[in-house]
Write a new protein. Sequence first.
Length: 113
Amino acid sequence: MKAVVAYIQPFMLENVVDALRAQKIHGVTVIQCEGFGRRIDGKTPHYEDPAVELGYAPKVKIEIVGRDEETHGIVQTIRENAHTGRHGDGKIFVTEVIDVVDIRTGAEGEAML
């Protein structure tokens, strides 16, 4: 199992979620958050939005846990539907998930997905 965590622009959320639903991807968690990145030079914070000065830029965090064979499709769907071509489009992280446990039933493993 893999966990896919993506940070995207808030205005791209609807595009991404609609595309995930069309791909029959379920179990999506969405969290409103804020953050900041760095310029390519690695030194200066960069924001294309002039309203964002020396603070945090709004982002949306999307979390999905899926089977290994679903991961590539999930990542591609997010990337294609969150892409604007501008700085701040976001990042996608993929990590291993060791186990999953259902709180209500105590059932464990990939069958919980």
